[in-house]
Design a protein around this ligand. Structure first.
Ligand SMILES: Nc1ncnc2c1ncn2[C@@H]1O[C@H](COP(=O)(O)OP(=O)(O)O)[C@@H](O)[C@H]1O
Ligand SMILES: [Mg+2]
Length: 247
């Protein structure tokens, strides 16, 4: 082996520092590479499996272009939301606290959540944004005869992504099964110190009634944050804004 290293060194251009100079260093480097590769492969498999189950990537096409840069923060509340979302993304991994964006339709909850998600995807983290109605449909599919994916598989995959964002919580009238599934996902993730993001038009009281006090307490732990998106819908701006054809 040392012969190989000597030959490799001889072939190296002058001024280039080799990653290893002894067989021991070479062996350690090989081991480290192997460990990194297997971690990356496990992660890829998880992401691929999710794509197979949900038939799409972690962030819907519609929100792939959402970033912090193209979020327009004119109102103080929007600036606060933008700052906190940015900080959440840059500090991701140091704490397991989640986030809850609460507010009306078109206020930019999905935009900022996708901006966080896109930032994390660029850092090779796995992210999944899924609406609760869609999720419930996937769970119902697992209960059918001949289902390709078991309920346990789906649950495992949802619990393994680095960040899971549950969208449209409370949009449909919850049934008991929905509440149990939601509770299980959130409870399992938070017990494993994996964060959950939530997008909802419910206020604190209604969300607490849906998810229970226990889940809400966990959501607040370790840097968890609640942001009210209490400004008008942005969709009006989109129609009569800077792209106005009359200009
Ligand atoms: N402050 C903002 N700056 C730029 N675009 C925004 C802003 N708020 C919302 N949007 C855009 O408006 C549309 C609706 O926002 P969305 O995030 O889907 O709202 P919500 O999830 O709260 O219903 C999206 O296309 C989004 O990118
Ligand atoms: Mg939305």
């Amino acid at each position: 082996m040392s012969d190989l290293i000597r030959r490799l060194q001889a072939a190296m251009p002058a001024g280039i520092k080799p990653k290893f100079t002894t067989p021991e260093e070479w062996q350690a480097w090989q081991l480290e590479q192997g460990r990194k590769d297997s971690e990356r492969i496990a992660e890829l498999n998880r992401v691929n499996r999710l794509q197979k189950i949900l038939g799409r990537s972690g962030i819907q096409e519609l929100h792939r272009a959402c970033s912090f840069q193209n979020y327009n923060a004119e109102l103080p509340g929007q600036r606060n939301a933008l700052d906190k979302a940015k900080r959440y993304a840059s500090e991701f991994g140091s704490r397991f606290g989640g986030f809850i964006f609460s507010g009306g339709c078109g206020t930019g909850k999905n935009h900022l959540a996708a901006a966080i998600g896109n930032h994390l995807l660029s850092k090779n983290k796995s992210v999944l944004v899924v609406t609760v109605p869609d999720l419930m449909m996937r769970f119902r599919e697992t209960y059918q005869d001949g289902a390709k994916v078991s309920e346990a598989d789906l649950m495992n995959d949802l619990c393994n992504v680095d960040l899971l964002i549950l969208d449209d919580i409370g949009v449909q009238r919850g049934n008991q099964n929905e509440e149990i599934v939601l509770f299980q996902i959130v409870d399992r993730r938070l017990s494993a110190k994996k964060p959950v993001g939530m997008l909802t038009n419910l206020d604190v009281e209604k969300l607490t009634a849906l998810l229970t006090e226990r889940i809400m307490d966990r959501m607040r732990m370790d840097g968890g944050m609640w942001i009210n998106f209490d400004w008008p819908s942005y969709r009006k701006n989109v129609r009569s804004g800077p792209t106005n054809l009359e200009e």
